[in-house]
Design a protein. Structure first.
Ligand code: AGP
Length: 591
């Protein structure tokens, strides 16, 4: 995934381009670049590394006078992260930046090389620029419209032409919005990049070409001008900034009580029928990464509380496997960004089979939000840190509500009102946990030098362990795995060494003794035990943190922040770049 910004208007573009890139750096940060248009030339400046390195390079460069430009921050897919492969790419009169993957780039490149085109980079993006340039005879809309018919795969392009004073853009399967300012207009991968300048935006649909000048925005579909609605974003500038927190990740964990209570209250006051899935005989929960792990929690709740058959599957497998739809099925897609390529593909597979889909999504303007048959919006606000925290928590909370409302509809839950009331006050339990955050800071310091860590639990506790382990892995680079506690003795226990940290999650009353026995097994092999539980009677082997015991529906919500804080503070003890971990991107919009 990469970040794109474009500007045309009353000012010099540099400030808004760099400012926008900084807000999009979480989308990719191995290299970046800008291109600005002068009277009859285009100046391109690129750099490897973070945006600050590009900014320094720009400061050292004599810049042409300009009021039009495009910019890009990269997460390398085709071609290594170096300056040559960094965007923008210029071929002939066309200069462009790209987010996505052109799947037929190799064939197109071979054809163009045979026609004498010389390529400098290894990127699919340069190939796209060459294809558009080949069609360019003076009319950018026409050239872009024809060229994209040759491209397979996903793209969001920002383009400028050497002999035009307008900004152009087009998208397919990758996000791109148009920002409408005062005597200036923008394109960006998401609204957070330009919210400082405008809260008015347009959503582009696939293959719509947009032409922007200082005072005019025209959108074309197959060369014909079409009307588009201008919307107003409700995110605030502070949402896009870190405030007093050291990292966005910590800020977003600390926001959890507010965003959770706000969303729960909205849906508890007036539960939408979307939360009752009792019409279906089987539920497939399909997602990637943390979103999948939220689905694993949801699966246990749906099976145990709503007595509905449920499977979970990672989207990269689901999209290609043989799926048997032999009973009335609902596919639930979980995605913070709503732009994860594998999850989009899984959704489209379900649609091809005539299967209903329900999205649990954060970004309301995303592809999944717009294409799923129905969507439940978690309203977590923009999540900037690459490692998800508040969005994952709200994804889990949505499954709590789906299980609760479906159980009620099937007359399986006699304490519905009591549980609703608990949900309306859950933030007080979360606030208490977050007030104890320094306890987890000490745990993080204790784990500072650990190379491996295991998370163990049974049933719903195991599903929560999956996310706890991923948090530790992705921000602290510690090798970690989550295991069904009963599975350790079937091989993995051979890995337990002196003082190896084992984080045990024990909340399920029915099987807590069994998990406790597994804890004793690993302690007998000199592991260091960190227990997160809702039961004060559980033995403290080394470290124990007890959360409030509440209903099964909402109990997972209280276990999550301690695990997120352990991951965060372990990484912080190592002074790592927590908001932008190496090799990661916020949303993987490519296969
Ligand atoms: C979350 O910490 C990870 N960065 C990653 O696993 C993420 O959850 C996954 O890529 C799915 O993203 P999505 O929710 O935007 O679809």
């Amino acid at each position: 995934m990469c970040g794109i910004v474009g500007y045309v208007g009353k000012n010099n573009p540099i400030e808004s381009l760099i400012d926008g890139l900084k807000k999009l750096e979480y989308r990719g940060y191995d290299s970046s670049g800008i291109a600005i248009k002068g009277n009859n030339n285009i100046q391109i400046i690129k750099s490897t590394g973070r945006i600050i390195e590009l900014e320094d390079k720009i400061k050292e460069t004599k810049l042409i006078k300009s009021n039009l430009g495009i910019a890009h921050t990269r997460w390398a897919t085709h071609g290594e992260a170096n300056e040559i492969n960094a965007h923008p790419h210029k071929v002939g009169k066309v200069t462009l930046v790209h987010n996505g993957i052109i799947e037929n780039a190799r064939d197109l490149k071979n054809k163009l090389v045979n026609e004498g085109i010389v390529f400098r980079s290894e990127t699919d993006t340069e190939v796209a620029a060459a294809v558009i340039n080949a069609y360019y005879k003076g009319n950018p809309i026409q050239a872009i419209t024809k060229a994209i018919k040759q491209l397979k795969g996903s793209f969001a392009f920002g383009l400028i032409f050497e002999d035009q004073d307008k900004l152009y853009a087009v998208r397919k399967d990758s996000p791109l919005i148009v920002g409408i300012g005062e005597d200036e207009n923008f394109i960006a991968s998401d609204i957070a990049a330009i919210i400082k300048y405008t809260d008015k935006y347009m959503l582009l649909d696939d293959n719509e070409v947009v032409e922007l000048s200082k005072n005019e925005v025209n959108v074309y579909k197959d060369g014909e001008k079409i009307d588009k609605k201008v919307e107003t974003s409700n995110i605030s500038i502070e949402d896009a900034n870190k405030g007093s927190y050291k990292h966005f990740m910590l800020k977003e964990i600390m926001e959890e009580p507010i965003v959770l209570q706000r969303t729960l209250n909205k849906y508890l006051k007036k539960p939408s029928k979307l939360f009752d899935v009792s019409d279906y005989e089987e539920i497939h929960i399909v997602a990637c990464g943390s979103a999948l792990y939220a689905g694993m929690v949801g699966r246990v709740l749906l099976e145990e509380k709503a007595n509905i058959r449920c499977i979970t599957e990672c989207a990269s497998e689901y999209r290609y496997k043989k799926v048997i739809y032999d009973r009335k099925t609902l596919v639930i897609l979980v995605s913070q960004s709503g732009e994860t390529a594998d999850t989009i593909a899984a959704m489209r597979k379900a649609h091809e089979e005539g299967i209903d889909t329900l999205a649990i999504v954060n970004v309301t303007t995303s592809t999944i939000a717009r294409e799923a048959k129905n969507s439940i919006f978690i309203e977590a606000g923009p999540e900037i840190a690459v490692a998800t925290t508040k969005a994952y928590l709200l994804q889990v909370a949505m499954f709590s509500l789906i299980a609760l409302n479906t159980a009620k509809s099937k007359e399986l839950e006699k304490n519905y009102e009591k549980i609703v009331d608990e949900g309306k006050h859950i933030s007080k339990y979360l606030n208490k946990i977050l007030k104890d955050k320094d306890i987890f800071k000490e745990v993080g310091k204790e784990l500072k030098n650990c190379k491996d860590a295991f998370y163990i639990g049974r049933g719903i506790d195991y599903a929560i362990c999956k996310e706890g382990s991923l948090k530790l892995k992705e921000v602290s680079y510690t090798h970690s795995d989550a295991y069904e506690a009963g599975e350790l003795k079937h091989g993995t226990i051979s890995l337990i060494e002196d003082d190896m940290p084992v984080i045990a999650v024990i909340t399920d009353e029915k099987i807590k003794d069994k998990t406790e026995s597994n804890v004793i097994e690993v302690e007998a092999r000199a592991a260091k035990i960190f227990t997160i539980t809702n039961d004060d009677s559980i033995k403290n082997h080394h470290f124990k943190y007890v959360v409030e015991k509440i209903s099964d529906y909402f109990q997972p919500i209280l276990i999550v922040p301690p695990l997120q804080l352990i991951g965060y503070y372990t990484a912080d003890s190592r002074n790592l770049d927590i908001d932008k971990p190496r090799n990661l991107a916020k949303s993987v919009t490519v296969e």
